[in-house]
Write a protein that binds this ligand. Structure first.
Ligand code: SF4
Length: 131
């Protein structure tokens, strides 16, 4: 399966919410698929999660500048390269150790509409906090 870099942050924080019913159904399916297949190939643009997203625009995203910035930040922090294959479990450990536990979500994707949810789930921000 194909995943773009910033979706490595979205997947562990997915709790059944999303842009549409089709999107959330596909997100849940791709999360199960990643667990079953145990790995993925890093996509540079749209991936298997984008496939059912109402914001997808062919190979791009309606928020293209923003999501490319998120992808680049995750690739840089984790040293990932498009086209390479990665094991899901090992990479997920690095996401927790190097991003969630260091509270770096805000610097990567603080302007995403889902950031408040992900920040709460990872302990980066307390419930009810505005900062
Ligand atoms: S918002 Fe953009 S990057 Fe995110 S899943 Fe939809 S198309 Fe992909």
């Amino acid at each position: 399966m194909k995943l773009r870099a910033h979706h490595l942050l979205c997947l562990p924080n997915f709790i059944g919410e999303g842009y549409s019913d089709a999107f959330t159904a596909n997100m849940a399916a791709q999360k199960r698929r990643l667990a079953a297949e145990g790995g993925f190939t890093l996509a540079e643009g749209a991936d298997d999660i984008c496939a059912a997203c109402p914001h997808r625009r062919d190979a791009d995203c309606a928020s293209q500048d923003k999501v490319l910035r998120y992808d680049a930040a995750v690739r840089r922090l984790l040293g990932l390269r498009p086209g390479e294959s990665y094991g899901a479990a090992a990479l997920q450990e690095r996401v927790y150790a190097e991003i969630f536990e260091k509270h770096r979500l805000g610097e990567i994707c603080g302007d995403c509409e889902w950031y408040p949810l992900c920040a709460r789930l990872t302990g980066e921000r307390k419930e009810g906090s505005d900062t």
